[in-house]
Design a protein around this ligand. Structure first.
Ligand SMILES: Nc1nc2c(c(=O)[nH]1)N[C@H]1C(S)=C(S)[C@@H](COP(=O)(O)OP(=O)(O)OC[C@H]3O[C@@H](n4cnc5c(=O)[nH]c(N)nc54)[C@H](O)[C@@H]3O)O[C@H]1N2
Ligand SMILES: Nc1nc2c(c(=O)[nH]1)N[C@H]1C(S)=C(S)[C@@H](COP(=O)(O)OP(=O)(O)OC[C@H]3O[C@@H](n4cnc5c(=O)[nH]c(N)nc54)[C@H](O)[C@@H]3O)O[C@H]1N2
Ligand SMILES: [Mo]
Length: 695
């Protein structure tokens, strides 16, 4: 290693390569221009093929976020009632000593009463679950089931193709037909969209399958606006048509799949008419989609599916992903590098997680696991034999659960417990930080080291600090290192610095000198992962039938699992609500960056003209959206983006920036998906009424 981990120089002009830390498939390579210790501008790295010198609007404002006047720059201790937002500044020493002493006392009784809560503020392997995981493992704290985003789809991929592995994103540029299924690529995966545009220019047909007419759907040749939660029914009906018309790759099926006869019988039950009823679309739409897909595959063309998370936020999420994932094996689309499917490539990499996170520090202890999707329930549990001890302390980093977790009425109630000791490591006074006993100022990506893998592309990226920490901010690693010291932990891993950990992530498995030099390395991987089968499943095949699922008492074959909440006209809650991300926010991050918030305007509900007219609602009205979980007010926009019967509540605003201090998650469902124990944000029935009253 030729680089020291010393802070970057305070004088002169230079450029520093980094990696975008955010939860996004694109994981861009960044270049930060620094002048006399101040970051002047954050650009996309032109030398990195996947970034192509272009950043999304959000991250090109990363500077504005880093030097935001409201950034928390000193440790803060609560000085008023829980949630009042009253804090006083304290020294690091005071904060760390008190936190270590309080956690130590709880741990002496039962360490499982302490829960770390973290998610995707950064996807860095070091500032994410690096030193923090070591600390909580040594402590013996409860473990966190990290289910809030990808776990239904990951479980589905695992049981079907063996893991989170798919097409290389760049080969979509060569595809002849692309189905964008449950994704608003222009908003949430911009660098993928470049490849779609190339394919489109070369004559490819692009079809979008999404209840919402997104900016992506508008730019596709065809948009199929199905009801939320109907994807498995659609996929099974496509299989029905593929079978009926013999648009199958019999040889691929015979050599590389398991359970075809059983799946065939299942699919034959799914006539287009049956599926059309569930999807709320026409039989002709299903038949034409099947024809486009089937004929192109049969003709040996490059046929690709970009499947994403849209279909994974409902009861039948896992089954839906399993059903769609069967399609490229049935048709042999995997044979081509520009064919097959991409959901995530997270598992093409094998970072040394055990070395970074040190689960061995648990020794013989086996702490319970708490599901982050139901954090409200967990915090409100008073303790029982089944649950274990009441949660007495919560340490939150890289996440804003009060804003992003479902059914937030319960979450807020849990965080408001006066007897709960809450520490929040943050950049800002988020909705969650408002409930903290201590807020500890954390560094941003411009101020710390990290190493990143991506779930969209397949490169490994390095993040170097471009500037010294702003104010008294400290990195997550540094904070947990300091807490470990105060707890008296002696394992040498607690003294390791960030650059050592960055190197540990891959050891000699990647060329670290190249990584330091360029800021990224490209992993040598096959162009077409499943061209010759070799699926990393127990059978080595694409498992249409999964014995592992059957052994768990689940259906071994994919099927349509209806939503928990299936609104029909005349019901108390007759509208389905989905809450996909707003383009200029990243989950709840960036909501406080004014220039981005100004583009989004205000919290919005999109509604179809017929649903609005039936309620005497006009664009610009304030509406109250409600169900048994709660109610939320925002402004309505009547437009073509909403299909009849479905309203779109764009997320995820900070509660305190909403009309009456709440956001869309006040209404969302915290029941769990069929696989992966994930939340069902988009499986949500509501009613909407005009509410122009001033409160
Ligand atoms: N700008 C921006 N980019 C982001 C994020 C963000 O908040 N903002 N979030 C990041 C994160 S954490 C993630 S996980 C990824 C998510 O990445 P994607 O899964 O691509 O997320 P979206 O772009 O919201 O696309 C989901 C789409 O699914 C649609 N949808 C909703 N319900 C259903 C359904 O039942 N079936 C189908 N077929 N479609 C449905 C929604 O209308 C939406 O357009 O994006 C990442 N990128
Ligand atoms: N209704 C609805 N709710 C949703 C979704 C939806 O589509 N609809 N999407 C869900 C999805 S896909 C996801 S992934 C989750 C995401 O939920 P979260 O993982 O909570 O993500 P963010 O809302 O971006 O909050 C991340 C927080 O981490 C902080 N942070 C960033 N970097 C650092 C760091 O280095 N150190 C520390 N200490 N803090 C840092 C940021 O300031 C930010 O406040 O939200 C989910 N919630
Ligand atoms: Mo996510």
């Amino acid at each position: 290693m030729r680089v020291s981990s010393l802070p970057p120089p305070a004088h002169g002009s230079f450029e520093v390569t980094g990696a975008c830390p955010h939860d996004c498939p694109d994981t861009c390579s960044l270049v930060t221009s620094v002048q006399d210790g101040i970051a002047i501008k954050v650009h996309g790295n032109a030398a990195h093929p996947h970034t192509g010198g272009v950043l999304c609007t959000k991250v090109s404002r990363y500077n504005e976020r880093t030097y935001h006047p409201e950034r928390v720059l000193k440790p803060q201790k609560r000085s008023g009632p829980k949630g009042s937002g009253l804090f006083e500044e304290v020294t690091w020493d005071e904060a760390l000593s008190d936190i270590a002493s309080r956690l130590g006392k709880i741990a002496a009784r039962n360490a499982e009463a302490i829960l770390p809560y973290s998610y995707s503020g950064t996807l860095g392997l070091v500032q994410g679950e690096g030193m923090a995981a070591r600390f909580f493992h040594q402590l013996g704290a409860s473990l966190l089931d990290r289910t809030i985003c990808v776990s239904a789809g990951s479980a589905a991929l695992e049981t079907t193709v063996g893991g989170q592995i798919g097409m290389k994103v760049e080969f979509f540029a060569e595809s002849d037909l692309i189905l964008i299924w449950g994704s608003n690529s222009i908003a949430s995966n911009l660098h993928f969209w470049r490849h779609v545009q190339t394919a489109k220019r070369n004559g490819a047909k692009i079809i979008c399958i999404d209840p919402r007419k997104t900016e992506t759907a508008e730019k596709c040749h065809q948009h199929i606006a199905l009801r939320p939660g109907a994807d498995a029914a659609l996929a099974l009906a496509l299989m029905h048509e593929l079978i009926r018309n013999d648009w199958l790759d019999h040889d691929y099926i015979a050599q590389h799949s398991l359970g075809w006869e059983a799946l065939r019988a299942r699919a034959l039950e799914w006539t287009p008419a049956r599926a059309a009823e569930i999807c709320g679309i026409s039989v002709a739409e299903i038949e034409s989609l099947a024809r486009d897909y089937g004929e192109a595959c049969k003709a040996g063309k490059n046929v690709a599916i970009r499947l994403n998370y849209g279909m994974q936020r409902v009861h039948g999420a896992g089954n839906a992903v399993r059903a769609v994932t069967c399609l490229p094996a049935i048709t042999g689309a995997w044979r081509k590098r520009a064919g097959g499917m991409l959901l995530s490539n997270w598992e093409v990499h094998a970072p040394k997680k055990a070395l970074l996170q040190r689960p061995d520090l648990l020794g013989a202890r086996r702490p319970r696991t708490i599901n982050m999707a139901t954090i409200g329930d967990a915090l409100l549990e008073s303790g029982s034999t089944a649950f274990g001890p009441q949660i007495e302390a919560l340490v939150v980093y890289n996440s804003n659960p009060v804003a992003v977790a479902p059914n937030s009425g319960k979450v807020v109630q849990g965080f408001a417990r006066e007897d709960l000791f809450t520490v929040v490591l943050e950049h800002f006074r988020t909705d969650t930080a408002d409930y903290a006993d201590y807020i500890l100022p954390a560094t941003t990506q411009l101020e710390h080291w990290d190493i990143h893998i991506a779930y969209g592309h397949t490169d490994v990226l390095l993040n170097r600090p471009a500037i010294a920490p702003v104010g008294l901010a400290r990195s997550n690693t540094d904070i947990f290192r300091a807490l470990s010291q105060r707890m008296g932990y002696t394992d040498p891993c607690f003294a390791e610095d960030d650059l050592t950990m960055v190197h540990q992530a891959f050891g000699d498995a990647i060329n670290f000198d190249e990584l330091l030099e360029k800021g990224f390395v490209t992993a040598p991987l096959p162009d077409a992962p499943f061209a010759f089968g070799a699926f990393p499943t127990p059978s080595g095949k694409c498992e249409f039938f999964s014995q592992r699922l059957a052994d768990e008492g689940q259906d071994g074959l994919p099927d349509h699992v209806p939503n928990y909440e299936l609104p029909r006209p005349g019901d108390t809650y007759p509208l389905a609500m989905i809450s996909p991300p707003a383009r200029n926010f990243l989950n709840s991050s960036f909501v406080n960056v004014k220039s981005l918030r100004d583009i989004e305007g205000e919290p919005l509900l999109e509604m179809h003209a017929d649903d609005a007219a039936a309620r005497g609602i006009a664009t610009g009205d304030t509406v109250r959206i409600f169900n048994d979980r709660g109610s939320y007010r925002c402004t309505v926009r009547i437009n073509q983006r909403a299909r009849p019967g479905v309203v779109n509540g764009l997320g995820v605003w900070w509660r305190k920036l909403g009309l009456d201090g709440s956001n869309v998650n006040q209404l969302t469902n915290d029941q769990l998906t069929d696989m992966g124990r994930a939340p069902t944000f988009y499986d949500c029935a509501v009613q909407v009424e005009r509410s122009n009253a001033i409160y």
